[in-house]
Design a protein around this ligand. Structure first.
Ligand code: GDP
Ligand code: IMO
Ligand code: MG
Length: 427
């Protein structure tokens, strides 16, 4: 049976949590493959609302095994508080598996994230301040701490000392902060070891064996295509690969096993943090999208920047991820506009450009070229099939599909599990 990847096609917060939860009942494993608790995935089940940061959204489906893959960065204190929160609400989390190769977000990584942002001033990235970038930097610099290191005190001590050698110089001499004591960090990390132990597993072996036994594995991306360290709007990106290739490196499952790549696509666009955003609206339409769409960050509580749909970005997401399908979310939020502008191309220095420019300078200069599509005023939140949608909403969806380069196989018309129109089945 196949592996499926479900990922963000824009700048994150497209509704990946809802989409993953929807498929949760039909899959055996849900795997996070990159990122960490910078993510905030909302799942609404009946009258219950869950905000998941590090745990895969499949954790809410009892039949499904949630997996934190090797590509994820794990803050153990956040993990435990998330597990505690779910346990208190009656969710069984005992099936969780965590790769021993996943890197740990240490307290000093969180400190470095915060002081670096402060140091950058108005050039800051606007990170979530969760230590994501510095932890991935340590991984690439080969001074990272992995979960398996918690089970060898001597190695752990050596590694923490090595990691702090340069950081303490930076903290004290450049950032004017106190040095961090290796012994204290080791003690704190060792304090997590016993509770983590039952979850730690050889997830590469388990996932590949599951696929051989015809089980269904769903990869749940964090962040989104335009936040990808390689393919996003660098340097205003996160420090991992949310794009489809990341599902392979971040889990140890080869690309030949993946049969479907589903891009979660909001019917308009949002972004949190700094960086270019051609269709951003700084007027009352932007304010209305924020209000109606409830566009406030799940992790940091920051207001999300809002703008019209950008088809150039959607096409780009189709290309770099090899998307087979889109799940179009939040169509209901657009109800009530007489006309809905959609960005079909950019104007860059006087020229019409159809595809995302590779040059950062050009992208910063990109001005949206809009086509206005007719809107609708009927409530669509109860629509169960495509034909239940008003004609203009149908035409909006079809226009987005034509511009974006992959079939739209599901449409979200509300935050709840049932508020979804399925067009083509995913499994
Ligand atoms: P994620 O990070 O991609 O999982 O997305 P977030 O949870 O950060 O943000 C998406 C928000 O939109 C959440 O509040 C969801 O409950 C909500 N949502 C998801 N799909 C829909 C939809 O189709 N319609 C509406 N109105 N809300 C939705
Ligand atoms: P989900 O999974 C939206 C953004 C931050 C910042 C940049 C780098 O909920 O879609 P980081 O802390 O990762 O180093 O910050 O990336 N960012 C997100 N934006 N949704 C997310 O996750 C995000 N995770 C990180 O705002 O601009
Ligand atoms: Mg989110």
């Amino acid at each position: 049976m196949p592996a499926l990847v479900l990922l963000g096609a824009q700048w994150g917060d497209e509704g990946k949590g809802k989409a993953t939860d929807l498929l949760g009942g039909s899959v055996d494993y849900v795997v996070r493959y990159q990122g960490g608790n910078n993510a905030g995935h909302t799942v609404v089940v009946g009258d219950q609302k869950y905000a998941l940061h590090l745990l895969p959204s499949g954790i809410l489906t009892p039949e499904c095994t949630p997996v934190i893959g090797n590509g994820v960065v794990v803050d153990p204190s956040v993990l435990f508080s998330e597990l505690n929160g779910l346990n208190e609400r009656g969710v069984d989390t005992s099936k969780l598996l965590i790769s021993g190769n996943a890197h740990i977000i240490t307290p000093y990584n969180v400190t470095v994230d915060k002081v670096t942002e402060r140091f950058l001033g108005k050039r800051k990235i606007g990170t979530t301040g969760r230590g994501i970038g510095p932890t991935y930097a340590d991984k690439i610099n080969r001074v990272g701490i992995r979960i398996q290191d918690l089970y060898d005190e001597s190695i752990l001590t050596q590694k923490v000392e090595a990691a702090l050698e340069v950081k303490n110089q930076l903290l004290t001499k450049l950032y004017n902060r106190r040095a961090i004591e290796a012994g204290q960090v080791v003690e704190e990390l060792l304090g997590y070891a016993d509770r983590l132990k039952p979850y730690v597993a050889d997830t590469v072996l388990i996932l590949n064996q599951a696929l051989e036994q015809d089980k269904v594995v769903l990869f749940e991306g964090g962040q989104g295509t335009l936040l990808d360290i390689d393919h996003g709007t660098y340097p205003f990106v996160t420090s991992s690969n949310p794009t489809a290739g990341g599902a392979c490196t971040g889990s140890g499952v080869g690309p030949t096993k993946i049969s479907r790549v589903i891009g979660i696509l909001k019917a308009y666009t949002t972004r949190v943090g700094s960086g270019p955003f051609p269709t951003e609206l700084l007027d009352e339409d932007g304010e209305a999208l924020r209000r109606i769409g409830g566009e406030r960050g799940v992790t940091t509580g920051r207001d999300r920047r809002c703008g019209w749909f950008d088809a150039v970005i959607a096409r780009y997401a189709t290309r770099v991820n090899g998307l087979t399908d889109f799940f179009l979310t939040k169509l209901d939020v657009l109800t009530g506009w007489e006309e809905i502008p959609v960005c079909v191309a950019y104007e860059i220095d006087g020229k019409r450009v159809e595809e995302l420019p590779y040059s950062q300078t050009d992208f910063h200069h990109a001005k949206p070229i809009y086509e206005n599509l007719p809107g609708w005023s009927e409530d669509i939140t109860k629509a169960k099939s495509f034909s239940d949608l008003p004609k203009n909403a149908q035409a909006y969806v079809r226009a987005l599909e034509d511009m974006s380069g992959a079939q739209i196989s599901a449409i979200g018309v509300g935050p709840g599990r049932d508020e979804t129109i399925e067009i083509n089945s995913f499994i």
